[in-house]
Design a protein. Structure first.
Length: 135
């Protein structure tokens, strides 16, 4: 399977994401929105977006590895947050967590500030879904 990063020169240079991916061959794995739940279903990092981002990355890793993939197989992520300003203010720490998990792999990404999350009442501040292209 071949994954080709698509960053045309006619678009602004992306920083921390790719404009697109072309996938040739392989299998697609659609990743349901992951929230900062541990294995027991309890929220990790109550009130701490960085800790919650780390747990969500761990959940994404568990999900793709279950299908013999890696986080570098992810070609699309959508990040939903309750507070964009909080996310941006903690951007450096979130970026470090991202690199701990993904290295320098930057899938196509969107960040969306939302009015609410399904698990917000349980303390979730972030949810991430995506698509992986598995070999």
């Amino acid at each position: 399977m071949e994954k080709i990063v698509v960053n045309p020169p006619g678009l602004a240079k992306p920083v921390g994401y790719s404009h697109g991916f072309e996938v040739k061959g392989g299998r697609l794995l659609f990743l349901s929105g992951q929230v900062p739940f541990d294995k027991q279903g309890s929220v990790v990092g109550w009130g701490d977006i960085v800790a919650q981002f780390r747990q969500v990355c761990e959940n994404l890793k568990t999900l793709v590895e279950d299908r013999d993939g890696t986080l570098q197989d992810i070609v699309k992520l959508t990040i939903f947050v309750l507070n964009r300003d909080d996310y941006k203010a903690r951007g450096k720490a979130i970026g470090q967590v991202y690199r701990d998990y993904f290295g320098r792999h930057y899938p196509a990404m969107s960040l969306v500030e939302v009015k609410g999350l399904y698990h917000e009442g349980e303390g979730a501040m972030i949810e991430i879904d995506g698509i992986a292209a598995l070999p």
